[in-house]
Write a protein that binds this ligand. Structure first.
Ligand SMILES: *[C@@H]1O[C@H](CO)[C@@H](O)[C@H](O)[C@H]1NC(C)=O
Ligand SMILES: *[C@@H]1O[C@H](CO)[C@@H](O)[C@H](O)[C@H]1NC(C)=O
Ligand SMILES: *[C@@H]1O[C@H](CO)[C@@H](O)[C@H](O)[C@H]1NC(C)=O
Ligand SMILES: *[C@@H]1O[C@H](CO)[C@@H](O)[C@H](O)[C@H]1NC(C)=O
Ligand SMILES: *[C@@H]1O[C@H](CO)[C@@H](O)[C@H](O)[C@H]1NC(C)=O
Ligand SMILES: *[C@@H]1O[C@H](CO)[C@@H](O)[C@H](O)[C@H]1NC(C)=O
Length: 493
């Protein structure tokens, strides 16, 4: 009665078996209503390679694995299954001709954990297409014709760990999927290889934690060659991140229509990649992450003098915070040296070393207290008063200038005017500007484009910094410089 089975189909079936062993053992009911085209083994329905033009009707509600791969399905409509399949955990739809999936197609299968849509003809992913799949852990979409990933296609997929999008036509890097505080908090693998990516948001990629970068596959894309790209991947290579070490030869870029390996950029005269030390100035507050390749590792820090760093409760100048970061309340010159983080995880252990350089001078005087809530409040009131004075006692021109200032100027001038509010300001930074005007700009600044990460004022960055780090050094006036320098390339394995 059953058609002859193909060993390939059975192989797939076995592959998925482990996921379902438990369910299968529990739900050993007889397959009372096995659809004619399928082979049923308790809650596993294998209907592959049957040239089915449609999903079989009346699927048993206890189905846990449904294999519809290698058929002739072209559309997955909202009503593809009249019964809700709340026990369905794996749905295999690869190697069909799917070019349409209804936005409600996944409503009847809310507990899906594994969805294979690879090797089909999908072109777009509509917004919220997968949003109902809140338990989904693995989503396979490789080898389709996907041109664009809707920014909302993967919203609310709190459990998604692996997303395979390789061998499509994607040309925009979907940064929203990986950015911190992202929609996919558990995503550890995003495969974007063999697509049409030309430009990557390099500074954003640099800032990602290593456990995301480790699974961010970008090989076989026509990336635009430049030294920043080379520096980025060299850092990943140095950290031994799988995404780079496993596909080193396939990581290429395009320069004047020539295909070049990313690591062969000598022709562009890129400076050789070197891990950089963290830099700090006397009295700085500093947090150094132990940026491991795996999430949830146990982290232990060791000082240059080989002592274990204690946690926050101890009152040393350096402590380890709850998330395993090294924290300096006020850096001293003698804190410099190589710190080592020993991370232990389930799968592997990691050891990271970070060199810290401390300059024997402060960056912004010892009037950091200006940052405290109280003085900020006083400053705000003061600035309001000053604004009022400007409004009513000076010609309109000044007021307009003051308002325009934050938007029309980049970090440089704002930071420097901020600096000049500190009484012992550096003459180089402040110049001899009118004090009242500067103060006003300074307090407008936090709301402006150069706002600090915690709403705090950024330390001024306009002081000349010693050329200790060489050519790769980012301009210190970059509004992101504090965080980007720190998250840049400090960790040495
Ligand atoms: C698959 O479906 C298409 C139309 O959707 C049809 O033209 C083709 O003959 C079908 N192939 C098989 C093998 O049934
Ligand atoms: C590096 O690029 C040059 C041309 O710029 C090429 O001749 C050389 O073979 C390349 N080396 C590797 C290892 O790809
Ligand atoms: C690289 O440097 C060499 C000399 O060192 C120079 O002749 C060449 O034009 C430079 N190439 C680029 C792309 O700047
Ligand atoms: C830190 O510890 C020292 C002794 O180890 C003690 O004298 C000092 O009061 C402590 N400081 C704080 C803030 O607890
Ligand atoms: C990691 O280190 C711990 C103790 O430091 C050790 O017990 C464990 O076996 C190590 N794990 C691996 C995978 O090496
Ligand atoms: C730091 O500089 C001060 C003078 O500015 C000097 O007295 C002190 O010895 C220096 N410290 C170190 C560790 O070089």
């Amino acid at each position: 009665m059953q058609p002859q089975r193909d060993p390939g189909g059975l192989g797939l079936l076995l592959l998925s078996w482990s996921l379902l062993l438990f369910e299968a053992a529990r739900a050993g009911r007889p397959a009372v209503s096995c659809p004619a085209a399928c082979l049923c083994a308790s809650n596993i329905l294998s209907c592959s390679k049957q040239q089915l033009p449609n999903v079989p009707h009346s699927l048993p509600s206890y189905t846990a694995l449904l294999d519809l791969s290698h058929n002739n399905l072209s559309r997955l409509r909202a009503e593809w299954t009249p019964t809700r399949l709340i026990h369905l955990q794996s749905l295999l739809l690869s190697h069909n001709h799917l070019n349409f999936i209804s936005s409600e197609a996944f409503s009847p299968v809310p507990n899906l954990r594994y969805l294979d849509l690879s090797s089909n003809q999908l072109r777009t992913l509509d917004e919220f297409l997968f949003s109902e799949l809140q338990a989904l852990e693995v989503l396979l979409l490789y080898n389709n014709h996907i041109v664009a990933v809707d920014r909302c296609a993967f919203d609310d997929m709190a459990q998604l760990q692996k997303l395979y999008l390789s061998q499509n036509q994607i040309s925009r890097f979907p940064l929203e999927l990986v950015k911190e505080g992202a929609k996919l908090p558990k995503l550890t693998l995003l495969d974007l290889s063999s697509n049409k990516l030309k430009n990557l948001p390099l500074p954003d990629l640099q800032k990602l934690p290593a456990w995301i970068k480790n699974g961010l596959y970008l090989h076989n894309n026509p990336l635009h060659c430049d030294c920043e790209l080379y520096q980025l991947f060299s850092h990943w290579q140095h950290r031994q991140l799988s995404s780079v070490t496993d596909f080193q030869e396939d990581l290429y870029c395009v320069s004047s229509k020539k295909l070049l390996n990313v690591f062969n950029l000598s022709f562009l005269n890129c400076s050789e990649y070197k891990e950089r030390a963290w830099e700090a100035h006397l009295g700085d507050t500093l947090t150094i992450k132990c940026d491991t390749k795996q999430q949830g590792m146990t982290k232990v820090w060791v000082t240059p003098s080989n002592e274990r760093v204690l946690d926050e409760l101890a009152n040393g100048t350096v402590t380890v915070s709850k998330d395993g970061s090294l924290h300096f309340r006020q850096v001293r010159v003698e804190d410099g040296g190589v710190y080592t983080c020993h991370a232990t995880g389930d799968a592997f252990n990691e050891t990271l070393s970070v060199e810290l350089k401390v300059y024997n001078f402060t960056l912004h005087g010892h009037h950091d207290t200006l940052n405290t809530a109280y003085t900020t409040l006083v400053g705000c009131i003061l600035s309001v008063v000053l604004v009022l004075i400007y409004l009513y006692l000076t010609p309109c021109r000044c007021w307009c200038r003051g308002v325009e200032k934050p938007s029309s100027h980049q970090g440089d001038s704002l930071s420097s005017s901020m600096l000049s509010t500190t009484p012992n300001h550096d003459p180089m930074a402040g110049g001899d500007k009118d004090d009242g005007f500067d103060r006003r700009v300074a307090f407008l600044e936090p709301g402006g484009p150069g706002q600090g990460q915690n709403g705090k004022l950024k330390p001024g960055n306009t002081l000349p910094v010693p050329e200790a780090t060489g050519k790769g050094q980012r301009r210190m006036s970059d509004p992101e410089s504090v965080s980007s320098v720190f998250s840049d390339t400090p960790i040495v394995v």
